[in-house]
Design a protein around this ligand. Structure first.
Ligand SMILES: NC(=O)c1ccc[n+]([C@@H]2O[C@H](COP(=O)([O-])OP(=O)(O)OC[C@H]3O[C@@H](n4cnc5c(N)ncnc54)[C@H](O)[C@@H]3O)[C@@H](O)[C@H]2O)c1
Length: 346
């Protein structure tokens, strides 16, 4: 702790900028103390860009953060391949960890982090941003309170052209970084969170045209999910398409339908009052919503509420692992052509 505030550090200076901003702005709970990147010039750049205190420590080896007894909370925002090793070392060093998605790239690593969290008793949160997106929060609330009757079908998507987002040293352009897990986890996590039930089985098709020169097996997927409560889900994931980035999502209930996405200022609802009318439903009602994609501020606030005030961790290691498992099952199905059972126990 530093002046009764959680001492925070950020590892990885790409997406890490959102974590830097969120820690810096949350002056009630945090004091940002250290930045780490294998390229320390990137830390210096962030220091200047966000006018941070020049006394903030900069380092190129995350072990310096792990071994600093003053640091309480660390955001792991390095490329996916480092999440497992860095999270485990940090947890074992007594740090609380906020880890960027995807939590891991396979189930063994997901189990290893889950075991480590149980062993150390430290807080581990997975940074799935859709859980803090206003339109998606409203959609989940409406589904839960029955505004559209009983939910039976749900579609989510991750549509993001990766042609020019290879990452530092082309880290995304790697066979291990399957798009269904690397990016599709956003849509899968939102689907799981909104439906609020366990997935039983996955079936998927994959194809590759848009990023034909990338060393991945598929750049695009349609994945189907069967939930234990009978809801069927569909996730469209493509990093090889050509259109603006969105996560358009549709929820079908027995008495209404919700259409929403992460970048639009309205959520569309066709709802119960229309259902009882003899007229066909011809229009959606537009409900205004705030736009706050990538709401890391709410994530760091929740992290401090968990650590300091005992709040419930709604994005814990098991949640992260279940999303990895659902993505991994779809990937396996696309390769084998067979339905695949989804693991839920971690
Ligand atoms: N939540 C979201 O919406 C969202 C958006 C983008 C990326 N991400 C995730 O954030 C992570 C980083 O992605 P990015 O877009 O910032 O990539 P990036 O390539 O823009 O930045 C990665 C940074 O990490 C540094 N780095 C590489 N290896 C490192 C290591 N071993 N230790 C410390 N630093 C290291 C690089 O030098 C670079 O500065 C990924 O896991 C990615 O999936 C999440």
């Amino acid at each position: 702790m530093r002046n009764n505030k959680l001492a925070a550090a950020v590892i990885g200076m790409g997406e890490g900028f959102r974590h830097i901003k969120a820690f810096k702005e949350n002056t009630t709970n945090y004091s940002l103390e250290a930045l780490c990147d294998i390229d320390p010039e990137r830390c210096k750049k962030r220091l200047e860009e966000y006018q941070l205190n020049p006394s903030i420590r900069i380092c190129s080896d995350y072990m310096e953060i792990a071994s600093d007894p003053e640091i309480d909370v660390v955001s792991v925002t390095s490329p996916d391949y480092f999440h497992t090793e860095q999270s485990i070392v940090l947890l074992e060093s007594g740090k609380h960890v906020l880890c960027e998605k995807p939590m891991t790239l396979d189930l063994d690593e997901a189990s290893a982090i889950a075991d480590c969290v149980r062993k150390t008793g430290k807080v581990f949160m997975i940074a799935h941003p859709t859980r803090y997106t206003p339109a998606f929060i409203l959609a989940k609330k409406m589904i839960a309170r029955g505004d559209i009757g009983e939910l039976f079908m749900a579609e989510t998507e991750y549509a993001h052209n990766y042609r020019h987002v290879e990452g530092a040293n082309n880290w995304r352009k790697d066979k291990r970084r399957d798009p269904m897990l690397g990016g599709g986890c956003h849509a899968v996590d939102f689907l799981r969170w909104a439906v609020d039930d366990l997935i039983d089985e996955a079936f998927a098709y994959g194809t590759k045209k848009g990023l034909a020169d990338w060393p991945i097996d598929f750049d695009s997927y349609f994945s189907l999910y069967k939930f234990k409560n009978g809801v069927i889900g569909k996730v469209m994931c493509s990093i090889g398409l050509s259109r603006p980035y969105t996560m358009r999502s549709v929820f079908y209930g027995t008495k209404g339908t919700i259409i929403c996405d992460n970048l639009s200022g309205t959520l569309q609802l066709s709802s119960v009052p229309f259902y009882d009318s003899p007229e066909d439903v011809t229009e959606f009602i537009s409900i205004p919503v705030a736009v706050n994609n990538h709401n890391v501020e709410s994530q760091v606030q929740l992290m401090s509420d968990i650590i300091l005030r005992g709040a419930v961790n709604t994005a814990d290691v098991v949640e992260g692992a279940r999303t990895v498992a659902a993505c991994a099952a779809a990937i396996e199905s696309a390769h084998t052509g067979k339905p695949v059972k989804v693991r839920n126990e971690f």
